[in-house]
Design a protein around this ligand. Structure first.
Ligand SMILES: Nc1nc2c(ncn2[C@@H]2O[C@H](COP(=O)(O)OP(=O)(O)OP(=O)(O)O)[C@@H](O)[C@H]2O)c(=O)[nH]1
Ligand SMILES: [Mg+2]
Length: 389
């Protein structure tokens, strides 16, 4: 063996990021400021940057400048001391807040929405996914673009104000608007095709959709329940596109099952809107499988986020099974195989729930049976007979 040291290329240098969060005391929900910042750090890593510092503030009322003046000074100090390239804020900033903060901090300022869009942009693989991201990014950009020029607009036209500045505003807006309408048209085309396929597929099949927080194990379960090969990885927003496969159940009932994009705390409305079409599979589902990572410290908070998004989408009443996944990580003796008994305390009383481990293969038969039962109940209520293969 040679004693020579090997050198490894580390790729492009990762940006050094300072995480910035604020929470108004009276508005503190079940997410603490700390939980939210921990998750922001995960998102920053998913965007291939390095969270190296954080500055947070509890506030009595929201500040027009996001942080109070004293905290902004603290933040400046951290930025200098830690050699920070980018400050990432845990909420959506208004265009004027963003400009003000960039002026004050002299580093790049990114908000949670832009960060999530960035992660999505890196993940989008299909044409539809790319278009949806482009739509969301363009919609995010439009008011900010206007903001960049608003100091000129405020001058109100007239002598001395017409010039390259004003022409530039108009040109930029026109360009962005025409891009918006082009992207929307293209998306409509792709969706019309998918709608047709879906109608053909679901005419006589029950449809089941996996929904849940990002990284809960939806794709891993999907692969277990079908012979699918959706990529399942330990990083946020691995899946952006919906994949559908046939599902065969113990009683012979046949259905279609779809894997979908994951949800996250403070999911920007722009993202929900542009992914609504992807989530149409969920909108038309007979049954939802709400997958939860039971090993997460935030499991209860994540369930709440998903319930809220589903309610907002008008899916509050769709029958669902709560799938408590990653059970292997919390089972008391993981080496002894699938536990027959589990603490009932973990299970909510008002919903059907099943414990699973997609990686260890636990609970899958119970899950299939539960899906089967529920679909049969739905069929009875609707007076239809489930398709039998
Ligand atoms: N230990 C353990 N790990 C699991 C289990 N299910 C999934 N995982 C792991 O959790 C990570 C995320 O799984 P995915 O299937 O990609 O999760 P997802 O819900 O599809 O995530 P998004 O597509 O990002 O929304 C992967 O590394 C999986 O291997 C499980 O039951 N036990
Ligand atoms: Mg996935």
């Amino acid at each position: 063996m040679s004693g020579r040291k090997r050198t490894y290329s580390t790729g492009p240098k990762r940006e050094r990021v300072c995480l910035v969060g604020a929470q108004v005391r009276s508005k503190a929900g079940i997410w603490t400021l700390e939980d939210s910042i921990d998750e922001l750090a995960e998102l920053v890593r998913a965007a291939r940057a390095n969270p190296v510092a954080q500055v947070t503030q509890m506030q009595n009322r929201p500040s027009p400048t996001y942080l109070g003046a004293g905290k902004i000074d603290d933040l400046k100090e951290v930025i200098e001391h830690e050699n920070i390239d980018t400050a990432v804020f845990d909420d959506e900033l208004t265009p004027s807040q963003q400009r003000m903060l960039e002026d004050a901090l002299k580093v790049k300022v990114i908000d949670r929405t832009a960060l999530i869009l960035d992660v999505f942009a890196q993940r989008a693989r299909t044409r539809e996914g790319q278009l949806q991201i482009e739509l969301a990014q363009t919609e995010y950009l439009l008011p900010r673009l206007a903001g960049q020029w608003s100091h000129l607009e405020r001058l109100g036209g007239g002598v001395g104000t017409r010039g390259p500045g004003e022409t530039q505003i108009e040109t930029d807006r026109r360009l962005v608007r025409s891009r918006l309408s082009r992207v929307k048209k293209e998306i409509e085309k792709v969706q019309a095709q998918r709608g047709q396929q879906r109608r053909r597929r679901t005419r006589d099949l029950f449809t089941v959709t996996l929904v849940g927080y990002t990284n809960a194990g939806k794709s891993a379960l999907f692969n277990r329940l079908t012979s699918g090969v959706v990529r399942s990885r330990d990083r946020l927003f691995e899946t952006l596109d919906t994949t559908t496969r046939q599902l065969f159940l113990p009683s012979g009932t046949r259905g279609a099952i779809s894997d979908t994009v994951g949800f996250i705390h403070k999911l920007p409305p722009i993202v929900v809107a542009s992914f609504r079409a992807t989530l149409e599979e969920a909108l038309e589902a007979d049954l939802l499988l709400h997958v939860v990572d039971v090993s997460s410290h935030f499991a209860a908070e994540q369930v709440q986020v998903v319930d809220d998004v589903l309610k907002d989408m008008g899916l509050g009443e769709t029958p669902r099974i709560l799938v408590l996944n990653k059970w292997d990580l919390v089972a008391s003796s993981p080496d002894t195989g699938e536990p027959d008994e589990f603490s009932q305390d973990l299970l909510p009383h008002d919903e059907a729930a099943v414990l699973t481990s997609a990686t260890a293969g636990w609970g899958l038969e119970r899950l299939r049976e539960e899906i089967d039962n529920q679909l049969n109940v739905i069929a009875e209520m609707a007076g239809t007979v489930p398709a039998v293969s």
